[in-house]
Design a protein around this ligand. Structure first.
Ligand SMILES: Nc1ncnc2c1ncn2[C@@H]1O[C@H](COP(=O)(O)OP(=O)(O)O)[C@@H](O)[C@H]1O
Ligand SMILES: [Mg+2]
Length: 395
């Protein structure tokens, strides 16, 4: 065995470079070693494999790489994550510290560096109370986006959020975050009166922990929780991207499902939310400007190499008079329609009642459609999924 520390650890090595990966793995002989070539694979393994130490290789030790790798820091704050950098420059060091890495070491890795990482874990463990078990499962983040106002984002967010709350049987494990920072209207559509908003999180960002954040959330009659947007557009400026990212990181650890309503553009806060999402519902209205804007948004996401498999295309107001050729729409967007929501006057009626249509008119066609959208989100999760009429609109 290559190390004289007797316990076997689950260690994740993340690198893009095969030679560096092989070198690291050979030094870890005797441990249970997992390998990831990219950050999304690493995220999955961190959550699923009970990893005790993550080593991020020199392939990520540059500014963009460090930013990307910082997504791993959100998953389990107590997990030691070490970044290994080739020729440690101040630029890389500064970037790494800015995004929250605490341990950056100079390449190449050798046995004594590995041993000191392992000793570090042992010391950290010795200081933790024996019955303290950190939550390793992180919540699923579902973001509703559309580059066009009025497309039905808020309607979809509030209904999908409430359906998740009802279907899961644990509404208190579901939160809706209103990230339409200027004109957020989630609270109005759910008839929730917020005592606090994300602006309070921004004002206390250095002190923000899970307990404080919990006290800033409102509670819907169902038990579902809500983080309100600022109450006035002028306050949106106080909520920086860093605040959005930190808040979302915490919500992911506190809840099973985080549903996020967004503003109709792709600015920095929205992009950083998308990067941290597991599922993105792209809501497209049945008209040409909506399709054109959706195409432009998808082009932007392509440029930043956003993983398209996370995007689910949802058509809204499908039976309205506007006749759009679905095949043409799918071809022009390069995505298949995954679900459709019918146009129904019960929707605005429910909005005005302050109760989502899925709970006010649960037997309506549109409520069924919205439950189908929710089951797309649940895909793969262990929960009773309503299978009725799945993909029933066009195929
Ligand atoms: N499927 C639908 N049928 C009828 N009205 C709808 C439907 N979807 C949205 N609406 C109405 O359209 C308006 C805009 O929807 P909203 O969800 O607020 O859009 P966004 O959040 O994208 O700006 C609201 O008044 C809503 O009630
Ligand atoms: Mg809206």
């Amino acid at each position: 065995m290559a190390t004289d520390l007797d316990s076997t650890r689950s260690i994740l090595v993340v690198d893009t470079d095969t030679a560096a990966m092989d070198a690291a793995v050979s030094l870890l002989d005797g441990h249970k070693v997992y390998q990831a070539r990219n950050i999304s694979d690493a995220q999955r393994k961190l959550v699923e494999e009970g990893i005790e130490l993550a080593v991020i290789g020199p392939g990520f030790a540059h500014e963009a790489g460090v930013n990307e790798a910082s997504l791993l820091l959100d998953i389990q704050p107590s997990l030691p994550i070490v970044l290994v950098a080739d020729g440690l420059t101040t630029d890389v060091l500064r970037a790494a510290i800015r995004v929250g890495f605490k341990d950056v070491i100079d390449a190449p890795l050798n046995q004594s560096k590995i041993d000191s990482m392992l000793q570090h874990i042992e010391r950290a463990e010795a200081m933790v109370a024996p019955d303290f078990k950190p939550k390793t499962k992180i919540g699923k983040v579902i973001t509703i986006m559309s580059p066009k106002g009025g497309a039905g984002k808020t309607m979809t967010s509030s209904n999908v959020g409430l359906s998740l709350a009802m279907m899961s049987g644990t509404p208190e494990r579901v939160v809706i975050m209103d990230a339409d920072l200027q004109f957020g209207d989630i609270c109005i559509s759910l008839q929730v009166e917020p005592q606090h908003t994300i602006v309070d999180a921004a004002r206390d960002i250095d002190k923000l922990d899970e307990q404080l954040l919990d006290s800033l959330l409102a509670t819907h009659v169902s038990g579902m929780r809500v983080l309100s947007a600022p109450l006035e557009p002028s306050l949106a400026d106080e909520v920086s991207t860093q605040v959005v990212v930190k808040t979302l990181g915490m919500l992911k650890r506190m809840f099973d499902y985080v549903v996020i309503d967004t503003a109709p553009f792709l600015d920095e806060p929205v992009l950083s939310i998308l990067e941290r999402s597991d599922v993105v519902l792209l809501v497209v209205d049945m008209d040409l400007p909506a399709v054109k804007n959706a195409k432009l948004a998808l082009d932007t996401l392509k440029l930043i190499k956003f993983p398209f498999e996370k995007i689910k295309l949802i058509l809204n107001r499908v039976n309205s008079k506007a006749r759009l050729d679905i095949d043409e729409l799918e071809r022009s967007l390069g995505l298949e329609v995954q679900a459709a929501i019918s146009s129904d006057k019960l929707v605005p009626r429910a909005v005005n009642e302050g109760e989502p249509v899925v709970s006010l008119y649960p037997r309506s066609r549109v409520a069924k459609d919205l439950r189908n959208v929710t089951s797309l989100v649940l895909d793969g999760d262990a929960m009773d999924e309503p299978q009725e009429e799945k993909r029933g609109w066009f195929r």
